[in-house]
Design a protein around this ligand. Structure first.
Ligand SMILES: Nc1nc2c(ncn2[C@@H]2O[C@H](COP(=O)(O)OP(=O)(O)OP(=O)(O)O)[C@@H](O)[C@H]2O)c(=O)[nH]1
Ligand SMILES: [Mg+2]
Length: 416
């Protein structure tokens, strides 16, 4: 499939989704996908089990010792690296963006200093004048999967959806295991291109390395359903093999960026459509739910709304941050009660933001709450006595589902 075809399909999907507030979350995802395709943004992420040497290898690839590494599980937050004058920014879930000096990085992205991501770091964005990034790639170091720290596994799985190409990192001190196989299976659903790198080659002799490459190579071919697979033996300690890996990535980026982006966008579009279909199915079921059950859930939402309104009266500063946090709380509640993605736009709040006054803040809280209740009732036709409206809504859901399935069926597969 060509890039403009996938862009057309993404736009068509967006139009269909945007007409139904029931799929608000997926509408935003489709919009983000269109923007990515139009801007030709390519993200290469390094992923794998904890302690395989992802951050050490990232430092070597970027030729800058910026990311913290260690013997115990370290990386606890997604770290995006782009080309530019050296700078670091922390993006928090509540929208706050804070510029920090490089020597404070580990306070935010290491498990030891920010355990279970208690600081609520959404991601860290670093700029460095690395030759590898000069052509516009975004490089991402991710937390490792499979350690005791479940939050890191969840973050890695969640982020993987945004990668276009991945460096899947193995290490010679451990043959590929079930945790890695499961992770790779999921990554296949989203990334358009894979580079398999085997780290720590400095600790084994040539014969052992050959045996390892042979064994893992066969397994990976089987998993990826291909005849042959390119593998890159590297050592983040000595630097061996790293140039070959970088060259392969840059060569593909220059020659086939569009192809990589198209393949990854196709997979991401399929994911958006699947998630919209699940959501529509949910509505369908919710509309057939007993009123008693639906009453209870609506009452629970109303309780949260009342609590939020009451707490707003006591807030006297940092109104923008509180508003973002309320949006997160409301989305969480809707997800909990109705299983649906009801995502708000979280405004970014860089340092020196203009302060909202209390009157505006209270108005916005009110608007936020009544909007939620109105939209939810509308979507679920809660207490709708008019049978014709219900039939029309059900027909609308069926029609939208059919159109989305048709777009999904036209999408194709994956590549190595
Ligand atoms: N011998 C050897 N050790 C390495 C190599 N690369 C990394 N290490 C060591 O492996 C350990 C883990 O390195 P990290 O780069 O922190 O690994 P990671 O995959 O980022 O770990 P998490 O962030 O916890 O998932 C450190 O003690 C590194 O010094 C390598 O090529 N050879
Ligand atoms: Mg790391």
């Amino acid at each position: 499939m060509k890039k403009h075809d996938i862009l057309e399909k993404a736009k068509k999907t967006y139009e269909l989704l945007a007409a139904d507030p029931a799929v608000l979350g997926q509408t935003r995802q489709a919009a983000a996908l269109i923007e990515k395709l139009e801007k030709k943004d390519i993200t290469v992420s390094i992923i794998g089990q904890f302690k395989r040497g992802k951050s050490s290898l990232s430092n070597k690839i970027l030729e800058d010792e910026i990311l913290p590494v260690g013997i115990v599980p370290i990386t606890s937050a997604v770290t995006k690296v782009v080309y530019g004058k050296r700078a670091a920014e922390v993006h928090f879930f509540n929208g706050v963006v804070e510029e920090i000096p490089f020597d404070r990085l580990s306070e935010f992205i290491s498990e030891q200093e920010n355990s279970d991501n208690r600081l609520g770091v959404e991601s860290v964005v670093l700029r460095t004048p690395s030759k590898f990034l000069k052509h516009g790639l975004t490089f991402v170091d991710t937390p490792g999967v499979g350690s005791f720290h479940k939050n890191n596994t969840e973050t890695a799985y969640h982020y993987m959806k945004e990668s276009d190409a991945v460096i899947f990192l193995l290490s010679v001190d451990s043959p590929i295991n079930q945790i890695e196989i499961d992770f790779l299976q999921s990554a296949r659903e989203f990334a358009g291109k894979f580079y398999f790198a085997v780290n720590k080659t400095d600790i084994v002799g040539e014969a052992d390395l050959t045996a390892y490459m042979d064994y893992c190579g066969k397994l990976l071919c089987h998993m990826m359903q291909v005849e042959e697979i390119a593998m890159f033996p590297v050592s983040a300690r000595t630097g061996d093999g790293i140039e070959a890996l970088k060259k392969a990535i840059l060569r593909d980026y220059k020659k086939s960026a569009e192809e990589i982006l198209t393949q990854s966008a196709e997979k991401k579009l399929r994911d958006v459509i699947n998630s919209a279909l699940i959501q529509l199915d949910f509505y369908w079921k919710a509309m057939n739910m007993e009123y008693k059950e639906l009453d209870e859930r609506f009452a629970a939402v109303s309780n949260t709304v009342e609590e939020i309104k009451a707490s707003a009266a006591d807030i006297d500063c940092l109104f923008e941050i509180h508003l973002n946090e309320m949006k997160l709380e409301l989305s969480q509640k809707v997800k909990e009660l109705f299983g649906m993605e009801y995502r708000y736009v979280i405004e970014e709040l860089p340092a020196g933001l203009v302060q909202m006054n209390k009157i505006d803040f209270l108005k916005q809280v009110d608007a936020l709450c009544s909007d939620l209740e109105k939209t939810l009732s509308g979507i679920l036709l809660y207490r709708e006595e008019n049978a014709y409206a219900v039939v029309r809504r059900i027909n609308g859901i069926n029609k939208l589902s059919r159109s989305l399935r048709k777009i999904r069926d036209d999408l194709t597969g994956c590549s190595v």
